[in-house]
Design a protein around this ligand. Structure first.
Ligand code: MG
Length: 168
């Protein structure tokens, strides 16, 4: 058996997936930071939601990591930036989360374009899941932003939303 029997991956595609692993792990880091900030503000429901979100992002990174390993690639992990540490309000936090998810969507779409250009069909199959997932991510973040805007300065409405977020 030839040890290089697998269909080789183009370096540009592999490097872009390594970048995407970094983006997903940064997402996990960012949401963990947001979870901590909510906990300090005694908004345990929001903190719980963000902690779950952070765990999900790590799973996204692992999907790409395992995919590279399945393709016989040795994965080089990149440095992850420090996320913001303080946030002005729950609304500010979720507005930042929504903006972040829009950036992630654009990275996923760029990666898709590259995989089409390089004719890497397995990457396109993997990315189909992520394209759909990003629609969900933007939709849920948008809904929470809208509901926080509706709650405004009403702390009873905020606490009710916090309770609901805790049920995730
Ligand atoms: Mg993600």
């Amino acid at each position: 058996m030839d040890e290089n029997a697998q269909t080789p991956m183009k370096g540009a595609v592999r490097d872009a997936i390594s970048e995407q692993i970094k983006h997903e792990l940064y997402s996990s880091y960012l949401y963990l930071s947001m979870a901590g900030s909510f906990k300090v503000a005694n908004l345990s429901g929001f903190a719980h939601w963000m902690r779950k979100q952070s765990e999900e992002e790590r799973e996204h990174a692992m999907k790409f990591f395992d995919f590279l390993l399945d393709r016989g690639e040795h994965v080089q992990l990149l440095s992850i930036d420090q996320p913001p540490y303080t946030f002005r309000s729950p609304l500010d936090t979720f507005e930042q989360a929504l903006e972040h998810e829009k950036e992630i969507t654009s990275h996923i779409h760029q990666l898709y374009d590259l995989s089409v250009q390089e004719k890497d069909y397995p990457v396109q199959v993997l990315l189909n899941w992520f394209v759909a997932e990003q629609v969900e991510e933007e939709s849920s973040a948008t809904e929470i932003v809208e509901r926080l805007r509706m709650a405004g300065e009403d702390s009873a409405a905020l606490l009710l939303l916090d309770k609901e977020m805790g049920e995730r």
